[in-house]
Design a protein around this ligand. Structure first.
Ligand SMILES: [Mg+2]
Length: 368
């Protein structure tokens, strides 16, 4: 099998409900879709969709510029030999991890289609189907947050992530107390400040909530600030934005800075990079989630496939952004949340999606 053409598309995902984080409010997102066409007439799909230029270093424009550099180096390669594809990309440009991740996901889709196997099978096999997910409670008043937590639990959710930061620390403490008061046995609460707390605020928050059963996710801006706060926290600390690669994850585990992770596939090299982190987390008994920042059915499917391969005791769930937009590239098999869980897409081998020909319209760029 050889790659004979690469097409890059834009897809706008319109917001259906509010999503506020400490650093920004998520608006209509611009997703980048990649199609790898092969001489065997298979098509592999990849996707990356930052929520905007603030929450992470890469944005739609930078990713598309990176793809302009990377795509010509891929023509003629066998996409099933994923290690060689990654090596070719790394010898073409430094950085560009988001674009490389999207290509990696498309290669796994092709590997599945070439072998007739699902991506989750190729990654070791699923432990669960449907896969547990977690749901965000956007920044709001204590009453709004508690009400949202009640509704989500009524819908079957067992993992809730309360957003925090970007306002008075007392408001976040009040919201956390209100939500914790309605959290039911067996439901986990994560308070995610998305880097919005200072070291002092993180410590203040943890001590003010000392009696509450919750985890703190990425309270401070940098790894070093999180590490400085850690000895004074009374809650488990999870890293997200600072867990930028496998080496950092290994350091955070071995030094005791992190008790778990919120991991984004396109931050760490796609399914190949996430597989390495999954295996490290299994070896060290460390929980992690399987997320991406945003995106449609393709990236959601990738998250669900690899999320299913984590032993449930260590899984913080796979996350998909579909509840916040109402777009499906595959109306039948596109991942959707039912009862707090997401089924593995079952439309066929690879990522399990059947996307209509021409669905994404005219490509932004074509390489062949
Ligand atoms: Mg997070």
């Amino acid at each position: 099998m050889k790659i004979i053409a690469i097409y890059v598309y834009e897809k706008t995902l319109s917001m259906a409900s509010a999503y506020n984080m400490s650093s920004s409010t998520v608006g209509d997102a611009s997703s980048t879709i990649i199609e790898l066409h092969t001489d065997s007439e298979h098509i592999g799909y990849g996707e990356i969709c930052p929520t905007g230029p603030l929450p992470q270093p890469e944005h739609a424009g930078s990713i598309r510029a990176d793809l302009e550099l990377l795509a010509p180096a891929l023509i003629g390669l066998d996409p099933v030999l994923i290690g060689q594809v990654l090596a070719a990309m790394n010898s073409t440009m430094d950085g560009g991890i988001g674009a490389k991740s999207a290509i990696d996901i498309a290669c796994w889709d092709l590997l599945g289609k070439a072998t007739g196997r699902r991506v989750c099978d190729l990654l070791g096999g699923p432990f669960t189907d449907p896969v547990s997910t977690y749901h965000v409670i956007a920044i709001g008043t204590p009453d709004e947050s508690a009400s949202s937590a009640e509704h989500l639990q009524n819908d079957g959710h067992t993992k809730l992530q309360l957003k925090a930061g970007g306002r008075r620390i007392e408001d976040d403490i009040d919201a956390a107390r209100a939500v914790a008061a309605v959290i039911r046995p067996g439901v986990d609460l994560f308070v995610d400040a998305n880097r919005g707390f200072s070291v002092e605020q993180a410590i203040q928050f943890s001590h003010a909530c000392a009696g509450l059963r919750l985890n703190m996710e990425q309270p401070c801006h940098t790894y070093e600030e999180c590490a400085a706060a850690k000895p004074s926290l009374v809650h488990p600390l999870l890293l997200d934005e600072s867990a930028k690669d496998l080496a950092t994850v290994a350091k955070a585990i071995s030094s005791g800075v992190a008790n778990g992770f919120g991991m984004k596939l396109t931050r760490v090299g796609g399914l190949s990079g996430m597989r390495a982190i999954r295996d490290l987390c299994i070896a060290t008994n460390t929980p992690t989630s399987f997320d991406d920042s945003w995106g449609g059915d393709i990236i959601a499917s990738a998250c669900v496939h690899i999320g299913s391969t984590m032993p449930p005791a260590l899984s913080r769930g796979a996350w998909i952004s579909h509840p916040y937009h109402q777009c499906h590239y595959d109306e039948t098999n596109g991942p959707r949340i039912e009862g707090g869980r997401v089924a593995i897409p079952s439309g066929g081998p690879g990522l399990g999606l059947v996307i209509p020909t021409g669905y994404f319209g005219t490509p932004l760029a074509s390489h062949n």
